[in-house]
Each structure stands twice: as structure tokens, then as C-alpha cells.
Design a protein around this ligand. Structure first.
Ligand SMILES: [Fe+2]
Ligand SMILES: [Fe+2]
Length: 180
């Protein structure tokens, strides 16, 4: 395994979340129900897997390592801005979910921000996947790939958290509303 492949594999899990989010906002727009607890699970995955784990690996390790060669700086800058954008969308989903729960307003803002999040995910990951290919082929040495990978693996609490998050994604894929 390498650092680049670790991040690619995380994107595979994030693609699964993207599909769940799309199904979810389409149902909400159609006036159909989604349990609040399932929506809260999605918000947790956004914050504890995407933000705390995946973005941190990119921002604190992978991007600085690629950027240290002076290459792909513009792309890295754009990715960091997009991460911030996605944090704002996620916090809006969470905020409007609470309002909806307390009867303040309906599902519409939640559906709208979920849709924005899905569009962001698709766009961001498509660009990063191309970036990974270039970084892997032209920038990073095999030693750096290995060292970063080992660094990722070193924190066992993070590995446990990822397993837990993947179980949450498994659960969401198996819900009645996903299958119907
Ligand atoms: Fe990213
Ligand atoms: Fe990423």
C-alpha cells in the first residue's frame, strides 16, 4: 500500500456516501421521509470521516509533501479552499437539520444543502483523483509513499474510526429508503 492508494480508497468510500446523499435529497424533494437518525449519521460521517480524517491526511501530510517540490501548488490551494467550502455546507446541513427537527422549518434547506454537498463531492474527487495520478507518477518517491502510508496507519484510533464509519455507510446502504 501507498499513501496515494490509501487516499484513493477513502474516495471509494466517499463515493458510496455521495450515492446515499443523492438518494436522500431526491426523496426529500419528492416529499418522502428519511429518519432524522439516518440524516444525523450522514452528518457524522461528513465530520468524523471526511473532515477529521480524510481532509487532515490531505492537508497535513499529502499536500505539504507534494507541495514541497514546488509542484501543483495552484491545485493544492484550490483543494484547500474547496475543503473549507464543504465544511460550511456540512455545518449548514447540521444547522437546518436541527431547525427542521425542532419544527422551525421543513426539509427544504436540508435537501438543498445535501444536493450542494453531493455536487461538491463529485467535482472535488474527480479533480483530486487526477491530481493523485500525477503526484504518484511524477512527484512522490516510493519512500515518501511508504512513509506517509505508515504515518497514516500509525494512529490506531483513526483506523478504528474508519472501520466504524464504513459500518455506518454499510448500514445506510441497507436502509429501506435506500433500497426502495
Ligand atoms: Fe480533498
Ligand atoms: Fe480527497
Amino acid at each position: 500500500m501507498s499513501a496515494t492508494n490509501t487516499l484513493r480508497n477513502e474516495h471509494v468510500q466517499m463515493r458510496r456516501l455521495e450515492k446515499i446523499i443523492i438518494r436522500c435529497y431526491m426523496r426529500l424533494y419528492a416529499g418522502l421521509d428519511i429518519p432524522f437518525s439516518d440524516l444525523e449519521k450522514m452528518v457524522t460521517i461528513m465530520s468524523e470521516f471526511l473532515d477529521t480524517i480524510h481532509y487532515s491526511r490531505e492537508e497535513d501530510a499529502y499536500f505539504p509533501c507534494v507541495g514541497s517540490y514546488g509542484s501543483l501548488k495552484e491545485e493544492i490551494r484550490a483543494f484547500m479552499i474547496e475543503h473549507e467550502f464543504s465544511r460550511r455546507i456540512a455545518s449548514n446541513i447540521s444547522k437546518y437539520l436541527q431547525k427542521w427537527k425542532s419544527g422551525e422549518n421543513g426539509s427544504e434547506p436540508v435537501a438543498r444543502f445535501l444536493k450542494t454537498y453531493a455536487i461538491y463531492l463529485n467535482d472535488h474527487m474527480a479533480k483530486e483523483d487526477k491530481f493523485f495520478d500525477i503526484a504518484e507518477k511524477d512527484v512522490l518517491s516510493p519512500e515518501e509513499e511508504k512513509l506517509m502510508y505508515e504515518e497514516f496507519r500509525a494512529v490506531s484510533a483513526v483506523t478504528t474510526k474508519i472501520d466504524e464509519m464504513i459500518k455506518s455507510i454499510d448500514y445506510l446502504e441497507q436502509t429501506e429508503w435506500m433500497k426502495s
